[in-house]
Design a protein around this ligand. Structure first.
Ligand code: AOF
Ligand code: ZN
Length: 368
């Protein structure tokens, strides 16, 4: 069998960590000796063994002289766990095929170098695009210091989100809301604004019973992790009565003024400088990157969506479109103040189009 088949298997295994590895990447490993898979593993949670360690444990003596297929360069540093390249060397592996190098500055080529120095045949780049797609958040944070930002929008076919009165609940279908639950579950953190909290009082949690059955089967209820909730609350309008601060998991309130209120232990108030009556979004994203947040899922209103787009901070737009028309009096999807010329409009491209129940889900990114 060819290298691609084993790497495809390693990529598939890596995905089993999709809901749980943050802030670490998803990594899979397959060990093959004389055409037989003798060990497999994937990384499940930060602090727990890396993919290679699981696979080496399964392979035991059979790792000697074997080939290890890994979706990310084996690590060379002592983090929460010891270096995987040492474990591969000690086990007597004779060849390592990595899908890509690890941009983590603590690794960045040193893992592959150490393996080579130990006399192991090393290569990287096999199925690299798939490996990149697996860890968009981790890779962006390692390369730029910013989290990977996904902006979720929901609208009618004519791009409207609410009637003029504000009436807006359930334009999209229950199937679309289940899809949102799955995408929230994969995100490291969820961001919203106090305007949305004051208008809708959302919980912004993942409800296991609302996940689709395939997701449920790979994400047992007892392992459910609530993504961190972050609210941009410049003026300190969120109160202990709002649902978002009453949920399991952490909530951070980002404010321009220091907050002296006694919040429960799972609520943190962070102070950030403001500029012309706005929090500095670029600074915010840098701080979230420093806090090791790989991926940010944004659910907010048209004003914030527009601000984020105009700041060039959106990596991916995820738009649910319902097969209905709300007319010209209804509210628009995205405020883009100052936009007058067509040439200045954001240029996007469609990357994926899915039908979700009766709705469409469109995935877009900036056109390059
Ligand atoms: C691998 N295989 O399965 C993972 C890797 O704190 P630690 O010890 O868990 O190290 C985390 C770093 O190790 C992470 O940032 C990334 O660079 C690498 N993750 N590497 O070879 C794995 N999870
Ligand atoms: Zn490792």
């Amino acid at each position: 069998m060819s290298d691609e088949i084993y790497m495809a298997r390693a990529l598939k295994l890596a995905q089993r960590g999709r809901f749980t590895t943050h802030p670490n990447p998803q990594v899979g490993c397959v060990i093959v000796n004389h055409g037989e898979i003798v060990g497999e593993g994937f990384h499940y949670r930060a602090g727990e063994p890396h993919a290679e360690v699981h696979a080496l444990r399964m392979a035991g003596e059979k790792a000697k002289g074997a080939t290890a297929y890994v979706t990310l360069e084996p690590c060379s540093h002592h983090g929460r766990t010891p270096p995987c390249c040492d474990a591969l060397i000690a086990a007597g592996v004779s060849r390592v095929v990595a899908a890509m190098q690890d941009p983590n500055p603590q690794v960045a080529g040193r893992g592959l170098h150490r393996l080579k120095q130990a006399g192991i045949e090393v290569s990287h780049g096999l199925m690299m695009n798939d490996a990149e797609a697996l860890n968009k958040g981790f890779l962006k944070r390692m390369r730029t210091g910013f989290p990977y930002i996904q902006l979720k929008l929901g609208a009618s076919l004519d791009g409207r989100t609410a009637m003029a009165s504000g009436e807006s609940q359930w334009i999209t279908s229950p199937a679309a809301r289940r899809d949102v639950q799955r995408l929230r579950a994969q995100s490291h953190a969820i961001l919203t604004t106090s305007a949305t909290v004051l208008a809708d009082d959302p919980a912004l949690t993942v409800r296991w019973e609302e996940l689709d059955s395939q997701t449920q089967s790979m994400y047992p209820r007892e392992n459910l992790r609530q993504p961190l909730r972050i609210v941009l609350d410049r003026l300190g309008q969120v109160t202990p009565e709002h649902r978002i601060v009453q949920q399991a998991g952490e909530t951070w309130l980002v404010r321009a003024q220091d907050d002296t209120r006694n919040w429960p232990a799972n609520v943190r108030s962070l102070q950030m400088s403001e500029h012309n009556g706005h929090l500095d979004l670029v600074l915010l994203m840098m701080q979230l990157g420093k806090a090791q947040i790989n991926s940010l899922w944004v659910e907010a209103g048209a004003t914030f969506a527009g601000a984020l787009l105009q700041a060039g901070l959106v990596d991916e737009l995820i738009v649910y479109l319902a097969p209905t028309l709300l007319g010209n009096d209804a509210r628009g999807l995205c405020a883009l103040p100052g936009l007058e010329k067509l040439a200045d409009a954001p240029h996007l491209k469609f990357n994926e189009i899915r039908q979700v129940g009766p709705d469409l889900c469109l995935h877009l990114s900036a056109a390059t």
